[in-house]
Ligand binder design. Sequence first.
Ligand code: NAP
Length: 328
Amino acid sequence: MDTFNAMVLSKENNEPKLEVKQLTQNDLPEGEVTIRVAYSSVNYKDGAVAVQQQFVESYPLIPGIDLAGTVIDSSDDRYQAGDEVIVTSYQLGTGHSGGFSEVARVPAEWVVPLPEGLSLREAMVLGTAGFTAALSVQRLEDNDLEPGQGPVLVAGATGGVGSLAVDMLAKRGYEVVASTGKANEEAYLKAIGAKEIVHRDTIVDTEETPLLAEKWAGAVDPVGGETLQYIFKTLKFGGSVATSGLAGGVGVSTTVIPAIARGINWLGINSVDYPMNKRLNVWERLSDELKPTNLDEELVNEISLEELPQVLEDILEGKVRGRTIVKL
Ligand SMILES: NC(=O)c1ccc[n+]([C@@H]2O[C@H](COP(=O)([O-])OP(=O)(O)OC[C@H]3O[C@@H](n4cnc5c(N)ncnc54)[C@H](OP(=O)(O)O)[C@@H]3O)[C@@H](O)[C@H]2O)c1
């Protein structure tokens, strides 16, 4: 491809500009592996980069923290033209041009071979959101969560991390309670595996007491803030919460009482810096026993590069349901 299309974020006279441009490979950053991108996806962080210019290390930048495609050219022996690969995390789409482009060039250290059992499209329905949901489930189970211990709460359940966590947990036999602010998405959440739906307003911390009645054997929380405060107070004895996000707030006020009276575990999830040797294992699991059952139409909205700017705004406002993938 001599020329190709990409969504470029630039700054002129201190004014950010996001537009589809025609580029050549000379416009791409250095890296050993050049990839014809088949799909990218839209994550909350992409909205923060493209709309709010958070995390951006230099301009111009092609945003897009996820990509999946076919290697065109590689100067690293581990990859050959024709190999199907996934790239997420590290500085992709923040400090290094990313997936909102028909062609990308990345360091070989960031590349994950597409596992058997996943298509390129499915890999991007998962993307960073699916990887993060899988890490959350893995950390909860590493800390003794098992089906049959009681309900598992998923906050922000119609979002990317939330939807994929609901699906994965339900497939593994957990009783999933999904919390959402979208009153009209009950049917969707039930279709992807939730047993019960609660409104997000009912799981925020409004009480002064350090503990409330024990409810959850575990929780997946991409929301944070007062939702996380409420989860600390309502986890059952020995229960764990996997914290990945801040869609509902950064500040968390708590006491030590849930930790010492109920022995709860606060598990932090960092998908970006997760080590490559363990990362490969998580992708293998995602292609097999952690693979969600609704990676086709139920969870997915497919868009073009031209439709991206609106979705990037919408995701920051919590308006997006499930996963949006970008076909390139
Ligand atoms: N730690 C990591 O490695 C990692 C990786 C991926 C994502 N994240 C973070 O995880 C979060 C979710 O990412 P995502 O890509 O899944 O985003 P998303 O698709 O936008 O999902 C977030 C969901 O949170 C809920 N929400 C939004 N605003 C809220 C508010 N003010 N109060 C309460 N709930 C609210 C909404 O669900 P409902 O309408 O259903 O309530 C929304 O759909 C983000 O903060 C992101 O930065 C972190």
